[in-house]
Design a protein around this ligand. Sequence first.
Ligand SMILES: Nc1ncnc2c1ncn2[C@@H]1O[C@H](COP(=O)(O)OP(=O)(O)OP(=O)(O)O)[C@@H](O)[C@H]1O
Length: 522
Amino acid sequence: MSDIELKTSGDTPARFALELQGISKSFGTVRANRDIDLQVPSGTIHGIIGENGAGKSTLMNILYGLHRADAGEMRIDGTPCKIRSSADSIALGIGMVHQHFMLVPRFSVLENVMLGSEGGGLLRAGRGATLDTLKRLGETYGMVVDPNALISDLNVGTRQRVEILKALKGGARILILDEPTGVLTPQETEQLFEILKVLRDDGVTILLITHKLDEIMAVTDNVSIMRAGTMVGHRETAQTNAAELAELMVGRKVLLTVEKGPANPTEILLSVDNLGAVSSRGHDVLKDMSFDLRGGEILGIAGVSGNGQTQLLEILTGMRVPDRGQVNILGDKISKTSPKNPRELREMGLAHIPEDRHIHGLVLDFEAQENVVLGYHRDDITGTGALIDRDVINTHCAERMETFDVRPSNPALNAKNFSGGNQQKIVIAREIYSNPRVLIVGQPTRGVDVGAIEFIHKQLIALRDAGCAIVVVSVELEEVLGLSDRIMVMNDGQSVGIVDAADTDVNQLGLMMAGISQEAAE
Ligand SMILES: Nc1ncnc2c1ncn2[C@@H]1O[C@H](COP(=O)(O)OP(=O)(O)OP(=O)(O)O)[C@@H](O)[C@H]1O
């Protein structure tokens, strides 16, 4: 099926855990997968990359029985098979860890692992046997987790391990991971990769979908590249590099670093003064936070997620009232006694690209054109008069989609039916349109492909150069370094220091993220 050599686990002749031939799938007029061929050698880690909307998740969902292919053949370990449901897929030894975890938060680890395996005889096997298996799998693969812990008490990295354990417990020998590192800290990502290598060395075949080319280079044996629903190439990872992969994905050369000139800061547009916030359990989640930001400047905020960044963003965008201190924004004040809501802030000239596009960025069951005019109900783009003019918003949305290369460019498609990266482009297109004076951005490129990252970064730099004051919170250190003029590092709800981006590097930021002061980290 493929004309290039793929790295195998050393078996001769090469055995393929998975072979796909001629797989096609359409959703209405969208041809999400067209005649896809893929061979995955047993006991290898195989990367699948491609632009947003290229069809990666669709292909994996077909494999996991969540969608049915319109055409094509599938072989597992050389045996032809038909997959009609997830149960079929699990029975064939396929497991999947989704981007959004499927665990029940109020159940324990053990209960979650037992859930869904009822048909597999697990309940009959009983708690004791399941506990033993969990312990054995945890020790074998370096994923020891307390079986009695509640999922809601576990951090994201540990929850992901529970998902993997659950798949292995169900007998998975082919494991699909759909963008597993999007929500992980750099340390958790490292730990995950160690686990994947141990699994691979034990003969498990892993399919890894990610947008992060450095991860592809670090952990995969082979990589397959998709574009616009087709498979455009396969490479042995050791024989390629990030630049070649980016070009194969996007069909042109891509800048993998941010290009920007020096900042020309103007007057202070945002000033944060001794800001503090207390959680519902009475913990200080934000402590004595102070900084100024001028027009024409980007302040990056780096830190391991969960160190107060979310609360800071919530206060700056009017979603949370500060418990102490105040924010001066565009000449107005926000404090405990004089709060402002998101609408008031928006009218003052603030825009917000939220950290979680599913919760705060989009109404998933609304059409793209309805989402693109959210927050603009009183403006011309929704038509004149009391009723929204659908022709006007349709034209407006089509223009926005064209500028931001949203695919498919269908204003009437519900937001939930766009791929993750295209959903992000819809949110950014809407927020930038208001031509804000202050822009607050959380995780601008989470789940976004390299071509779109380049585009989003250029848009943010252009806004900066037009005089906008921008705060960017990102867990991607390279992104913070590339975009920002100054960087504030947060640890345990407070600022560890503010450094000039030109005078720092990943090492110093990493030390500061661990709570080591700026001076000590230098
Ligand atoms: N249920 C659906 N109804 C309509 N269109 C869909 C549906 N699911 C996916 N699509 C479309 O199929 C195409 C492929 O989407 P898919 O989610 O497979 O892409 P992807 O490569 O995983 O993207 P991303 O990297 O952004 O997650 C996209 O154009 C998407 O809008």
